[in-house]
Design a protein around this ligand. Structure first.
Ligand SMILES: Cc1cc2nc3c(=O)[nH]c(=O)nc-3n(C[C@H](O)[C@H](O)[C@H](O)COP(=O)(O)O)c2cc1C
Length: 419
């Protein structure tokens, strides 16, 4: 008898039931149309995942403010102007029985000029420590409230379109995580200082979103276990935030880590060799916060590649849901074989520039370029599926470099931007 751990349904606090424990994690698609609404290619892409056997499909990050974009081709939901296309997107995602949640995000100081984003804003006027990224302006108190209201407005539209829930992007160095980190949040008012104050922005967003949707609608949070930066958001901070949001009406906390300055979410430098050896990068942390999360289920994303590791993580109670990112860009139906029976390891190539490591070590720009190309290579696979093609695991990195330059100019290879 095959083990049924991953195929077991999961009831969420709101009453919504996820059909199984596998989650297609958020992957920014870059497939909006010229008006920042969902393009036909985006909907075609989701028809592949809808059929993929996941209990929960998360969309790539969708912006709550059209003036602030994280990546070229982001969908924006700030009112109901795209309701018709959003409705088709939701319905397509649900066709195979999965729940579909939209990830909502504001990039803050990680706003991307290549995406046509204007001057950036952040909790404080502290820039990202990456060359070429302009410094942000500090938000006024009034603007902080306005952004909280935007998350609520977007969630109401997303619900009207038929999505089953939203996930607030509180990880990876975007605005919510900028508020959480003492490195980027130097405010001395009620939004800065002690972790309770730094978490206020996230808590207020959760409350505003909850107040704008019906009780059975899913509300989740993606949270960093830490930023992996000296002086940044620590594991202790993260534990405190988990305790705080466990008291709110949250359905699922997804654990990730890192930011563009330190991309631990995709297992790059900050993740130690011992952590990488355990396959899933943030599992140890999840085990440690399990109790603090109370009745709120936990998802862990980052590094999961083999079925036995996924089964063990859920069976041991380290997490309730297994998030899959890069592998589902190559095998959109991975969830089906994983949930049903024995499946071999998922394909997820380690993409490397053909340059010796010792040279990369002394030339950090090469390392950064490798990181950008890795993200773009996966984005290319999403675009192939949007065009009605199959993913191409053998795609050469130079092809990705050429496509990226054609799409977004040579600057796209310089700055470390992505998800
Ligand atoms: C191309 C690409 C796009 C991504 N876009 C997002 C995003 O929009 N929102 C998000 O929270 N994470 C995003 N991520 C991070 C993934 O959700 C996930 O946390 C990460 O890839 C680690 O999981 P994995 O090891 O299964 O790939 C992205 C990752 C990649 C490779």
């Amino acid at each position: 008898m095959p083990d049924t751990t991953l195929a077991t349904p999961l009831p969420l606090p709101s009453g919504q039931i996820l059909p199984n424990r596998l989650m297609k994690a958020a992957l920014s698609e870059g497939l909006a149309d010229a008006a920042a609404g969902p393009d036909e290619r985006l909907i075609r892409l989701y028809s592949r995942w809808a059929d993929g056997g996941y209990g929960l499909v998360l969309t790539g990050n969708v912006m709550v403010d059209g003036r602030h974009l994280g990546e070229p081709g982001n969908v924006v939901v700030e009112d109901d102007r795209h309701l018709e296309a959003l409705t088709r997107w939701a319905k397509t995602g649900q066709d195979g029985g999965a729940k579909i949640w939209m990830q909502l995000n504001h990039p803050g100081r990680q706003g991307n000029p290549l995406a046509g984003s204007g001057p950036t804003v952040a909790p404080s006027a502290v820039g990202v420590a990456i060359r070429g990224v302009p410094a942000p302006r500090a938000l006024t108190e009034e603007e902080v409230h306005e952004i909280i209201a935007r998350f609520a407005t977007s969630a109401a539209v997303v619900e009207e379109a038929g999505f089953d829930g939203v996930q607030i992007h509180g990880a990876h160095g975007y605005l919510v995580s900028q508020f959480l980190s003492p490195l980027s949040n130097r405010r001395t008012d009620a939004w800065g200082g002690a972790v309770e104050n730094r978490a206020r922005f996230l808590v207020e967003i959760i409350r505003a979103v909850r107040a704008s949707v019906r009780p059975g609608f899913g509300v989740g949070v993606k949270l960093n276990s830490a930023d992996f930066q000296r002086g940044g958001f620590t594991a202790d901070d993260s534990r405190a935030v988990v305790s705080m949001i466990a008291d709110e009406a949250v359905d699922l906390i997804e654990i990730s880590g890192g930011s563009y300055e330190s991309p631990a979410m995709v297992g790059r430098p900050a993740v130690s060799a011992s952590t990488r050896a355990r396959e899933a990068y943030f599992l140890e942390y999840a085990t440690a916060v399990r109790e603090l999360a109370g009745t709120v289920p936990l998802a862990v994303t980052g590094g999961f590649r083999t079925r036995p590791a996924m089964v063990e993580a859920v069976a041991d109670g380290a997490c309730d849901v297994v998030g899959l990112g890069r592998p589902v860009a190559l095998d959109p139906a991975a969830g089906r074989s994983l949930a049903a029976a024995d499946a071999g390891p998922l394909v997820s190539p380690a993409l490397r520039l053909p340059v010796p490591d010792r040279i990369k070590r002394v030339m950090p720009t090469l390392k950064a370029l490798e990181g950008v190309l890795d993200l773009q290579w996966h984005t290319d696979q999403l675009h192939r599926m949007g065009d009605g093609l199959d993913p191409d695991p053998a795609r050469a990195l130079w092809r990705t470099a050429a496509t990226t330059v054609r799409r977004n100019g040579v600057d796209a290879l310089r700055s470390r931007r992505g998800r």
